[in-house]
Design a protein. Structure first.
Length: 416
């Protein structure tokens, strides 16, 4: 296992290129199961979750070639099994369920277990697919699904689930007849999947709204497609500029998709401006705490909650951070407190009172975005911070220590 050693206190200056989006690339990779022709993808980030997906696609019968962000997937004779060994390391594996049922009419996918950031059930995925004609049973920790031919249906999600909307979109693209998804997730990554499917010949209307209408087609064609830039990686680097009192130019920063985050950072006192090809972020003076509530898009993203909390730890005043998407997403709090942060949790809300300085300490990451928050805190803290269990970070941030070192951070990776 690796750890990151950070010597904090350097204002970061320079420019960083934002990578392709992990959360947009994953469903697009799974959507390739829907095709019998090759798919060529660009801007696919070199991340652990992407390689896990490639392994899984391989086991399902697709040949994948990945090199420097370019990926070719050649679907072959499909097999229905997604084994527990892979699914347990990445919940998004459940996204093969809809495409497998649509293509071959059966699937055996390990049930993703409890996850560090909450129970995260898949009931909405199953409910929707059942309405489309699939039948499921649970056997020895696996979801066994089968169907004759999926048909269109009207599916109303209990909550706007990103993965649920993506699974249903993929299934409906090849189903017989029309599907209406109500209360669908509107996240930009869902839009990116819709754009990919449309490029392949799918008939989809209403993307970007909570009501999506899909008319199934007989087959989809192979295409070349470029994955959107990662708004959460970009948001994390915006915070890096703020927390170190530096100035960063983020190339390919998806400014529109980050609006709720940028507005909050401006409320805190940061200057974030759109410039040709990206965004420029800096501090205009001392920052102040604000209140933040996470919500489905276009609300403030839960995937930026931990990073903004790290920033508030060093801002003036006090603010409430309310997590309303996941029930257990404050695992970074005790670690930030060990670095000198003043945070008190009450139910779904963390009350942050800004302090003058954080102090470097050995801390442990326990989820992807929490890990990013600890790195950010380490960049601003006095002394040395050692972030262990960096494999969480490697799931979602491409070459993070190289990108940060290139703008002045004193950061290195070591084997534990
Ligand atoms: C995706 C993102 C993740 C992000 C999350 C919310 C990927 C690979 N991951 O996760 O980074 O934090 O969206 O923006 O894109 N729920 C149910 N039943 C279901 C499905 C979801 O109760 O069948 C609940 C979840 O427990 C959670 C909420 O709905 O409380 C939102 O989850 P969802 O949007 O599905 O998140 P993911 O797709 O897993």
């Amino acid at each position: 296992m690796d750890k990151l050693i950070i010597e904090g206190g350097v204002p970061l200056t320079g420019s960083i290129e934002i990578s392709g989006s992990k959360n947009a690339a994953l469903p697009v990779l799974f959507a390739s199961i829907l095709l019998s022709e090759p798919v060529r993808l660009r801007n696919v980030p070199n991340l652990r979750d992407i390689h896990t997906t490639l392994k899984l696609l391989n086991m399902l019968g697709c040949a994948c070639e990945y090199q420097k962000g370019q990926l070719t997937i050649r679907p072959g004779c499909l097999l229905p099994e997604a084994p527990y060994d892979l699914v347990r390391t990445m919940r998004a594996s459940v996204l093969c369920l809809g495409p497998l049922l649509a293509r071959i009419g059966h699937a055996r996918v390990a049930l993703p277990g409890g996850c560090a950031i909450g129970a995260r059930p898949v009931d909405q995925h199953l409910k929707g697919l059942e309405l489309m004609g699939a039948r499921f049973k649970l056997e020895k920790g696996y979801i066994l699904g089968h169907c004759r031919k999926l048909h269109g249906a009207r599916v109303t999600f209990d909550m706007p689930t990103v993965g649920g909307t993506e699974n249903l979109l993929m299934a409906a693209a090849l189903a017989e007849g029309e599907t209406f998804l109500e209360n669908a997730a509107r996240e930009p990554e869902v839009m990116d999947l819709v754009n990919f499917l449309i490029a392949c010949g799918a008939r989809i209307e209403g993307q970007g709204t909570s009501r999506i209408h899909i008319t199934g087609v007989k087959a989809l064609r192979g295409v070349e497609y470029t994955v959107m830039p990662d708004r959460i990686e970009a948001g994390t680097f915006l915070v890096a500029a703020g927390i170190t009192g530096g100035e960063l130019l983020l190339r390919q920063c998806p400014v529109n998709e980050l609006e709720s985050v940028i507005l909050k950072l401006r409320d805190m006192g940061m200057i974030v401006s759109e410039v040709p090809g990206g965004a420029l972020a800096k501090c205009a003076g001392p920052l102040r705490c604000v209140d933040v509530t996470t919500n489905p898009y276009p609300g403030f993203p839960t995937d930026m909650q931990a990073q903004v909390m790290a920033l508030m730890c060093l801002a003036a005043g006090a603010g409430a951070v309310e997590e309303s998407v996941f029930e257990n997403r404050f695992m970074h709090v005790p670690e930030l407190v060990r670095m000198g942060g003043s945070i008190r949790i009450s139910g779904h809300t963390a009350m942050v009172r800004g302090v003058r300085r954080l102090t470097g300490a050995p801390v442990m990451a326990s989820d992807l975005r929490g890990a990013a928050a600890l790195v950010l805190a380490g960049l601003a803290a006095g002394g040395i911070t050692e972030v262990s269990r960096v494999y969480h970070l490697d799931r979602g941030y491409e070459s993070i220590e190289d990108k940060l070192a290139a703008v002045g951070a004193r950061i290195r990776r070591e084997k534990e």
